[in-house]
Structure formats: C-alpha cells, structure tokens
Write a protein that binds this ligand. Structure first.
Ligand code: GLU
Length: 301
C-alpha cells in the first residue's frame, strides 16, 4: 500500500485563527490515524502579503498545540525540500518549460479591468472567467515570449470529474467554470495553481485536505497534474469555519485568532473547539490529540 502523506500549506500573511487550526487538525488526524506522514509547507508566493515573522508564528502555534510535522517547515527537514515556496523557483521553472512544450501557454497583457469588462454577470459563482482576449487564434501554438506579460494556460471545453472525500462527486467544466488561467504573473510571481501542484506532486502528497473555498481549484489542479504527467492526490475539502454572523473567518476576527485564543485557553481547549466544529465531539471541551486520535469518528474524516 502507498504511504499516506498529507500536508498543511498555510500562507504566512497573518496570525492563524480557529479556521486554520480546524483545517490543520483535520488534516493531521486524517493522516496520523492511518500511520501517515504530515508535511508543513509555507506558501509565501505573494511577496506583498507574506512575511517570515508570520511563518515563524505559525510554527510556534502548531508546536504549542502539539500538531508536529514530520517534514517541512522553515528549517526544511526532510528529503523533498525546500518547503518554503519562495525558495522553490527552479521546480516551477521546470514545470513551466514542460507546459510551454504542450503549446497551450500564451502571453497575456490584460489588466484586471480588461478582464472584468468582458465578464458576463453571474458566471461561475463570482469567479472571474477569462474570455481569451489574448489567446492566439490557433491553439496549440508555440509560446512567443513577451517581456512583462503574464503567462496563461489554455483549458479545453472539457469536464473534469473527481470524487472529493467530503463533498462527493464533482464535475467541473474547465472552460465554463475556470477559464484559461495564469501560471506566472506579469511581475514574475508564480501562480498558486502551478506551485501547489508541483509541490504536492514532488513532495509525494497523497491527500490534500483544505478549505472548501478551493474546491473549484481542484479541477484546475487535476488538469495541471495531467499535463505535467503527475498522479493527482485524493482531495478532501472541509467546510470553512464561520463567525457568529455566518461569514467565513478572516484575520479580522480577533476573538478567534491564535493571539487571543492562546492568551485565554489551553491547547486542549482550542483543540476541543476545533474538534467540536468538526462534529468529532458533541460539545466543546478540552481534549488531547491522543484522545482525538482514538475517537471513533476520526476514521470518517
Ligand atoms: N496556501 C493556501 C491558504 O493558506 C492553502 C492552499 C492549499 O491548501 O492548497 O489558503
């Protein structure tokens, strides 16, 4: 049987909140209850929003909760490092070369305003679907470099079907729901979609558990896995944790941020809050990781 490898891939753009802990805990339990390995990868591709001090804080919060990782982190322990995306350019570069060889990449100079102007209302639940303004008439075609342009990848009018462990069977039409998407931004920053696929594949990740705001991205990622010749992992998208107003938690919800939580609760109490939200325990109470691992619901995650 293939070894189970899961991962937690936070973006270091602020202090973690209960929602991040919830995802980390479920992913950790899913992997650890089956004897697998858990990787911590720092997703700091956005140079404007990412700060190393936040990455250090994320590690400190995970240690404090007892959510230890087997591979990864800032000191890069393990055979598939580095585990910080800003240090992994050479892997993304190689993947880009491979994608260019397919003839499906093209330079794009559209601004966000251009894209919004050609957007029909109510398409793809609020997501902006690119209409192909810069796409060459004939595709596939060789990539012609245009300095300063973003690099986009053409998607076919084709359905991607996959079974999410939590959400069940999903069918996504790439052209209609996603559109041609960016692989590398005009300023040279790598796209999340490319980096996450390259990293999960090269790190041997077999299951991707994360928030369900990324469910649609899984289809784009499966498409990339296919073009790059990698095997996709199993996907499991968990519902996002909401605040009292029913809005997904953000860094602004101070009372559920780790800064506040750590000042007022023990690690076991915080684990209990996350476990309760995941319906692993009927009411929020202090609970240890070893007790959670023995929880009969754990195997259903
Ligand atoms: N870095 C992403 C985030 O913090 C998660 C990406 C993923 O798990 O695929 O939202």
């Amino acid at each position: 049987m293939k070894d189970i490898v899961g991962r937690f891939a936070p973006s270091p753009s602020g202090r973690m909140h209960l929602g991040n802990i919830y995802t980390a805990l479920l992913s950790w339990l899913s992997v650890k209850s089956r004897g697998g390995k858990w990787i911590l990868r720092i997703e700091d591709l956005d140079p404007q929003r990412s700060k190393m001090e936040f990455a250090g804080q994320i590690e400190d919060d995970l240690h404090w909760l007892g959510l230890e990782w087997d591979e990864g982190g800032l000191d890069g322990k393990g055979p598939n490092g580095p585990y910080v995306q800003s240090q992994r350019h050479q892997f993304y570069e190689k993947a880009l070369e491979k994608l260019k060889e397919t003839g499906l990449c093209y330079p794009c100079t559209c601004t966000r305003a251009d894209i919004l102007a050609t957007q029909a209302p109510h398409e793809s639940d609020g997501r902006v679907v690119y209409k192909g303004k810069c796409r060459p008439e004939k595709m596939p075609s060789p990539y012609i470099d245009k300095p300063g342009a973003a690099i986009r990848l053409m998607v076919p009018d084709e359905e991607i079907t996959f079974t999410d462990r939590i959400k069940g069977k999903q069918t996504v039409n790439l052209a209609r729901h996603c559109g041609d998407f960016i692989i590398r931004r005009g300023d040279g920053a790598w796209s999340y979609q490319l980096a996450v696929v390259v990293d999960d594949a090269l790190m041997g990740v077999t299951e991707v558990m994360r928030g369900d705001d990324l469910l649609l991205s899984a289809a784009q990622q499966i498409y990339l896995y296919r073009l790059l010749g990698f095997t996709p992992p199993e996907f499991a998208h968990v519902p996002l944790v909401c605040n009292e107003a029913g809005i997904r938690l953000s860094k602004r919800d101070k009372s559920l941020s780790m800064e506040y939580l750590r000042a007022h609760h023990t690690p076991e109490e915080i684990l209990g809050m996350a476990a309760h939200r995941a319906h692993l325990i009927p009411s929020p109470r202090a609970i240890s990781l070893s007790e959670l691992l023995g929880n009969e619901h754990c195997s259903f995650i």
